[in-house]
Write a protein that binds this ligand. Structure first.
Ligand code: SF4
Ligand code: SF4
Length: 67
C-alpha cells in the first residue's frame, strides 16, 4: 500500500508568519523531503515522503496534511 503523502495547502501556508520566515516543517522533516529555497518562501516537496506526519504536527498553522 502506498504511504500517505504530505501536501502543503498553499492557501493556508504563510511562511512570513513563521519565525524568521523559516519553515518549521522543513526543519523537522528528518527524511529531508521538504525544501525551502529561501526564508519567507513556501516549502515544497522534493523526494519520497515517508508519511511519518512529523511535518503535520510541526506546522503551527496546520498547513500540511497527509493524503
Ligand atoms: S508549512 Fe507551516 S511551518 Fe512551513 S512555512 Fe508554511 S505555515 Fe510555516
Ligand atoms: S510526512 Fe514525514 S517524510 Fe513526509 S514530508 Fe512530512 S516529515 Fe517529511
Amino acid at each position: 500500500m502506498a504511504k500517505p503523502q504530505a501536501v502543503v495547502d498553499y492557501k493556508i501556508c504563510c511562511p512570513k508568519k513563521c519565525k524568521n520566515g523559516i519553515c518549521l516543517a522543513v526543519l523537522e522533516c528528518k527524511h529531508k523531503v521538504l525544501k525551502q529555497d529561501e526564508p519567507g518562501e513556501a516549502p515544497y516537496q522534493l523526494g519520497m515522503c515517508q508519511g511519518c506526519a512529523t511535518c503535520v504536527t510541526a506546522c503551527p498553522y496546520k498547513a500540511i496534511r497527509l493524503i
